[in-house]
Design a protein around this ligand. Structure first.
Ligand SMILES: Nc1ncnc2c1ncn2[C@@H]1O[C@H](COP(=O)(O)OP(=O)(O)OP(=O)(O)O)[C@@H](O)[C@H]1O
Ligand SMILES: [Mg+2]
Length: 234
């Protein structure tokens, strides 16, 4: 139980993870703006649908049509990935319905209906922005993780999920503690050159490559090199 590996859809990252994520667990993906979080999440889902699994992308930030444009520009769009669009653009005009009041009910409903084995939640930072205080945010994020893992108890596929979190002022946001593993994406300009990298900060239940590895974003998606070590200045 729980030892099956789930490919992230990125070979270099799978190698760092000793084969992939542990099936059935919620993970946290953290990074600054434009660091590749949404793309990595998408590739994880795409790897699932390519294996005949169901996959669900929940967006609270970007409207679906923009995600589609972005992924198409990288040639990784896949219409088999199901989208739950709770972006402000989508929710506008919904009267009293707010994304949060809609979320719990809709999430449970969609999980039952679609039976996904992979889910991406983009992003938990939006949850924090909508909740009034840190205690409510924590409760809400825990509840989402619980909903995702609880479905493992029923006669449903085990859900492996990635919850995306924006890098904020806190070095370690609460999602770092709640997720079963944490992957951080780095996107900096160092002495005039852009440095993109990926580091695994935590991964319960497995050993992993502890180094910081270079990452590239191009047509075809994210690539992670598992051989070179990135400069220390970051
Ligand atoms: N077609 C493309 N070719 C090359 N690079 C691209 C292409 N499309 C996007 N990118 C790169 O990917 C970055 C955006 O990736 P992504 O949307 O996954 O970031 P993010 O971490 O989710 O950002 P945010 O926090 O703003 O949501 C862009 O800033 C750009 O550097
Ligand atoms: Mg994004």
């Amino acid at each position: 139980m729980g030892k099956e590996r789930v490919s992230t859809g990125i070979d270099g990252l799978d190698m760092m993870l000793r084969g992939g994520l542990l099936e059935g667990r919620p993970y946290t993906l953290i990074g600054g703006p434009g660091s590749g979080k949404s793309i990595l999440g998408w590739q994880f889902l795409r790897s699932g649908v390519e294996r005949g699994e169901n996959a669900l992308y929940i967006t609270l930030d970007e409207p679906f049509y923009e995600i589609k444009e972005n992924m198409t520009s990288l040639d990784i769009f896949d219409p088999r990935i199901k989208i739950m669009d709770l972006s402000p653009e989508r929710m506008e005009g919904g009267g009293e319905v707010t994304p949060l009041s809609f979320l719990d009910e809709e999430l449970t409903l969609q999980l039952k209906k679609l039976q996904p084995s992979r889910v991406v939640f983009d992003s938990t930072t939006s949850i924090k922005a909508m909740e009034l205080d840190p205690v409510s945010s924590r409760r809400r994020i825990l509840s989402i993780m619980k909903t995702l893992s609880e479905h493992n108890e029923e006669e449903m596929p085990r859900i492996t999920s990635i919850l995306i979190s924006e890098e904020g002022d806190a070095q370690f946001p609460l999602e770092s503690y709640l997720g079963r593993g944490v992957i951080r994406l780095v996107n900096r300009v160092v002495r005039g050159s852009r440095v993109r990298a990926l580091v695994i900060e935590k991964m319960r239940g497995t050993s992993f490559d502890e180094g910081m590895r270079p990452l590239g974003i191009k047509v075809g998606g994210i690539e992670v090199s598992s051989t070179d070590v990135v400069i220390n200045e970051i």
